[in-house]
Design a protein around this ligand. Structure first.
Ligand SMILES: [Cu+2]
Length: 166
């Protein structure tokens, strides 16, 4: 074995060791998935209304939403706004597991998210005790739903009605 070959083998061993250390470090200190503190909404709009919605469990153990942390219901409260409202929606996860939020056409496992309203997502939800906000502009009237987009949660009761009047 000449010096060149030794050098190459040492290099490969070093890279292997480095990968091992990085993988171990990732297992010991997993990088928290980043979530956008402002959700996916339009942030250059100045909101003229603001609500805070709490996600967690109802007293009887269902998943739900509430306008206060001690009044979580399933389904959640009906939210009412007008066309033209620019609403800052604050989301607070008071539950013990990750949750998320979106206004949707219909509650389903593959929902169509409206008004760019997602706060967190199925793959990147808001962790327990986490908070995030989105600013949405309601540009059309209708009766829509809001839901937790973590798979199974809406089906377990984590949804509500949102009415936009013209
Ligand atoms: Cu949820």
């Amino acid at each position: 074995m000449n010096n060149n070959q030794k050098f190459i083998i040492a290099g490969i061993a070093f890279i292997g060791l480095l990968i091992l250390i990085l993988v171990d470090a990732y297992i010991v200190f997993p990088i928290q998935p980043p979530y956008s503190p402002t959700g996916g909404g339009t942030t250059n709009l100045e909101p003229n209304k603001e609500i805070t919605i709490y996600a967690g469990r109802t007293p009887d153990g269902k998943f739900g939403f509430g306008l206060s942390p001690d009044n979580i219901t399933s389904p959640g409260p009906t939210l009412k706004f007008k066309v033209g409202d620019i609403v800052k929606i604050n989301f607070v996860n008071v539950g013990k597991i990750p949750h998320a939020f979106a206004i949707v056409q219909d509650v389903s496992e593959n929902p169509v998210i409206l008004f760019n309203s997602a706060i967190g997502s199925s793959t990147n939800p808001i962790p327990a005790n986490g908070k995030a906000s989105v600013v949405v502009k309601f540009d059309r009237a209708g009766e829509f739903k809001y839901m937790c987009t973590v798979p199974g949660h809406a089906q377990a009761g984590m949804w509500g009605v949102i009415e936009i009047s013209g």
